[in-house]
Design a protein around this ligand. Sequence first.
Ligand code: GLC
Length: 665
Amino acid sequence: MIAKYRFGHPFPTDAVVQELPLSAGAPACFTVTEEEDGTHFRYALDKEDCVFGLGEQARGINKRGWIYENYNADDPNINEARQSLYGSHNFLLIAGEKPFGVFFDSADRVLFDIGYTDPDELVVVAKNVDVYLVEGESALAVVHAFRTLIGQSYIPPKWAFGYGQSRWGYMDEGDIRAVFEGFRDNDLPLDAIYMDIDYMLDYKDFSVHPARFPDLGKLASDLKAEGVYLVPIIDAAVKVQEGYSVYEEGLANGYFCTDSEGIPYVVAVWPGESMLPDVLNPAARLWFGSQYKALLDQGIEGFWNDMNEPAIFYSKGRLAAAIDYVVSVKGQNLDTHAFNKVSYAINSLHNSPEDYAALHHNVEGKRVCHAEVHNLYGYNMTRGAAEYFAEYAPDRRYLLFSRASYIGAHRYGGIWTGDNSSWWSHLRHNIAQMPGMDMCGFLFAGADIGGHCYNTTEDLLLRWLAFGVFTPLMRNHTTNGSRDQEPYRFKDIAAFRSILSARYALLPYLYSEYVKCALRGEMLFKPLCFEYPEDRRARTVEDQLFVGGSLMIAPVCDQNAAGRYVYLPARMKLVRMKNGRPCSTKVLEKGDYYIPVALDEIVFFVREGTVVPLAKPAKNASSVDFTRLHWLKFIAAPTAYELALDDGFTKSGIEKGLTAVTVEP
Ligand code: GLC
């Protein structure tokens, strides 16, 4: 049962795919008041209630005890104090006596005070919002109903489930080929190499630097012959430069965001002065999407969309004013206050709310202020690309994921969680983010494994990869100038080989579970209490997850730890894997255990009554043989398992590929 209520005049987000009649009044469980800053929705929390959701947000799986503000933010300083991250996913699941979900569908900012001001109260503040109240018998049933409301999650090609290597700093074709050779020569599996901004000429979208990449098409086809795909980055902003066709076409057609008078608004990002494609205007969105053709035509089949909150380093107008101000105080003896004003004049230029307020979209001939629809920008950039791919090759699946997002974007692509850091706490945060993103439809998700900012360590990368084995997007990425982060740069390459092999051995399971969850609106990563709602202890576990129907994982997240304590909410079979092969199993009763986990080992737990298909590890996803399987079993009777045996790249093959097999004990 889903009821829809409307407050104010919401901007259409297209987050939802089902037409529902509007219910009168307000949802009965909320006290609703109109206040100066928006509509307030208050809900009395029971002491026992857990509050889940909010997608990729900060903090733990249970969101209770903090105040969050969903307003897409380009800010790499991810920490517990943060209220907004790169994506805004306004769905909450209140898991108490009778679980229910609530989706605040607003293009504008939404505030969630989840027991921060008053520990026993949930307060949501939104303006111009459609509120969907979602009922169900259990937390999983509520999520299922919500996911049906928002439509089917994106399914990438199978190769995108392989391991990807990235870094900001691969400068040219030689660097890319060296990465390929590093993996090949060390017998490490690989499916994708990512190209960060340096492949472009002057950071111009859809250009390729002619000296650094003299023949991108040949590079792409050489690597593809080895089973490795190139995945270039696409940034939102388009460089202002005469003679640059993307800029000139966009300008001539009125496809860029403007000021309130309709004059194109000049911002600056990597390429310097730039303009932002008006992706909320359907014609401009499709036009920007059609620019991907330049790379598709060279054999590129995957893209990551970046800087699409949108990130603004400064705007032309405000920089000029700030410089005037700084010049005006030249020669003065500045006291602290005056110095702070100088420093603020420059430091406040970045992602300024004033620029978001000045920027406008053209929606059906009407000028719409960006600040009020901010959260839809990255979503529509990704949607434009996906809409164009469907024209370019209607039945083909492409890899596509984005940094900024809003619910609805999950139908068009995946997300990565942006610029995290090489910190153990961020590995832990990555674990906590996965179920939230799943609830909101973003099944194809992952973090920068090893950490983006700062320097990683060998053990952090190994432990993070051991978790990343289970995340649909498994990409190691790091920032410019950080320590080398490719597995073959470290001492114990055999340990990395062992961990990466597990991904490929588990691929028949991980891919089949993904496809089924996407088609059926289910969660891939489930907190323990979603499966064991009566188990009070399970509610407090924040660092273990169920992955699909058969497995539970308990990643090691502490440096120098030789293992960890694990809570088993039921009898399970512990499995140890090395080099992609199970090397020992042991049945454990419900309870607490200290489980040693070596750096080169994958440890997981198989649920009673289930099976896990394993393949022989391979050098890339396309070479994994899904038909010759070894079954891990914890069953007493014949058990059915549905494998996804599609071709891995067409859309039409997906459902037909689902094949039920019966596994004997
Ligand atoms: C942004 C992205 C990061 C990328 C960098 C350079 O910070 O989030 O992944 O490496 O830009 O393009």
